[in-house]
Design a protein around this ligand. Structure first.
Ligand code: UD1
Length: 422
């Protein structure tokens, strides 16, 4: 397994262009199945999760090429709606395929995406939404068979604003007969991006970004060319890394409005942030201040996907901060690893009480999931001495060559791959 070796203590400095958003690209790739023909997507990041999604689409019969950030996807030749279990288990986001496959083929067979390091991650809201649109759902062990001769618009209220369920329902409803309303819908920017993409293909969807989305079903969609939004979580990760290393970084290709909750928290911690159009400048020269209370919640509140990274900054702050995780029950695993680096954190239920220390120290630590891994990289960059981060395949799921990106900002970070035996 690859690992990252970081010699810490060097402030990040320089300019970086932010990659396209993984969490926008994945549902958009799935949604491409709704239109027969060739869709071209620009600004698609080169990541493990994207590779898995493209492999699933190829397995379904599509032709897919990904180079220089552009995916050319021909869905004309798609001939099956059955996703193999082995591929399904590689990535939870494969669940996004249910809505588009059901809408295109009238049936689909998928498998439960399985457990996950950050918590149980149920799919009941996805299934209830598709059922409301007229799908019959049969669960046999971990196999899910979904059938619908015709999808019909419906009023769907989500008991929780699930990102994935909102997206799955939008995709299925785009080709349903009549009008669908999703209330208590998730409001994340990636949902707005999916709406823009579907509308560019001819769908009639309104309201993404608010808690009520209406979809007027159309008969068919036409392929298009589309550019994916910048990745707000990658941007946020770099902003926190700049602050934690007391560096000075300029981020290009961002959408600052998508980062307003993080910007608010960083400013409370004393970090200097200047916004100029799609450019964000982050600078921090002194010890961060503690932030009394941060609670992760659905957008536009503070994102769970930046919880672990911001926690690293708070481990170095002057005073005690509290971070409460309300989205995923198992998402504080990085606390043990950060403690091995000298952080002083006490966990009580889903809240972490973080007493700032003057410095962290390098150690060998393990990435337990994607964002926890990113947090450990930030900790390694800020720490005194050498940090080795293991299990970095998790990080490769969401960050395009993280060591190259950070080296360009002056970090001393290298990847080591095991030497093959033969
Ligand atoms: C998406 C993001 C992920 C982010 C998360 C929350 C993608 C590819 N992934 O994941 O990075 O951390 O949003 O912002 O976009 N839930 C149910 N039943 C369901 C669906 C969800 O109970 O049917 C629960 C989950 O267990 C979890 C919470 O709702 O506790 C949030 O899940 P959801 O918003 O669906 O997240 P994802 O779409 O999986």
């Amino acid at each position: 397994m690859d690992k990252l070796v970081i010699e810490g203590g060097k402030p990040l400095s320089g300019t970086i262009v932010i990659q396209g958003a993984k969490n926008a690209a994945l549902p958009i790739l799935a949604a491409s199945l709704l239109a027969e023909g060739t869709t071209t997507l620009d600004h698609v990041p080169d990541l493990l999760d994207i590779d898995v999604m493209l492999n699933i689409l190829r397995e379904l019969g599509c032709r897919a090429e990904h180079s220089g950030g552009t995916v050319v996807l021909d869905t004309d030749t798609a001939h099956t709606s059955h996703v193999p279990e082995s591929l399904m288990r590689q990535m939870r986001s494969s669940i996004f395929l249910m809505g588009p496959l059901l809408a295109r083929f009238g049936e689909t067979q998928v498998y439960l995406p399985g457990g996950c390091a950050i918590g149980e991650r149920k799919i009941d809201l996805h299934l209830e939404g598709l059922q409301a649109l007229g799908a019959e759902i049969e669960e046999i062990g971990n196999r899910i068979i979904c059938r619908a001769d015709k999808l019909r618009g419906a009023d769907i209220h989500l008991s929780f604003p699930s990102v994935g369920a909102t997206e799955n329902i939008m995709m299925a409803a785009a080709l349903a007969e009549g009008k669908t309303t999703i209330s208590n819908a998730a409001r994340e920017p990636e949902i707005q991006d999916l709406q823009r993409f579907l509308n560019a293909m001819g769908a009639k969807i309104m309201g993404a970004g608010s808690d009520t989305i209406t979809i007027d079903g159309v008969q068919s969609l036409t392929p298009c060319r589309y550019k994916v939004i910048p990745d707000r979580i990658v941007a946020g990760t770099i902003m926190v890394a700049a602050a934690a290393t007391r560096g000075q970084v300029t981020l290009l290709n961002t959408q600052p409005a998508h980062l307003s909750s993080l910007i608010h928290v960083l400013r409370r911690a004393g970090v200097q942030i200047v916004i100029d159009g799609d450019i964000i400048k982050v600078g921090n020269a002194s010890r961060p201040k503690a932030v009394e209370r941060i609670v992760t919640s659905p957008y536009p509140a503070f994102p769970t996907d930046l919880q672990s990274q911001v926690m690293v900054l708070l481990t170095l702050a002057d005073g005690v901060s509290v971070m409460k995780e309300t989205i995923f029950e198992g998402r504080l695993k990085h606390v043990d690893e950060l403690s091995r680096m000298g952080a002083d954190i006490r966990v009580d239920m889903n809240a972490a009480f973080i007493r700032g220390v003057p410095r962290l120290y390098g150690a060998t630590v393990e990435a337990t999931d994607l964002r926890a891994g990113a947090a450990l990289v930030i900790a390694g960059l800020a720490a005194q001495g050498r940090t080795v981060v293991e299990q970095i395949h998790h990080i490769d799921r969401g960050y395009e060559k993280i060591e190259t990106m950070l080296s360009r900002l002056g970090a001393r970070i290298s990847r080591y791959s095991p030497v093959p035996n033969n």
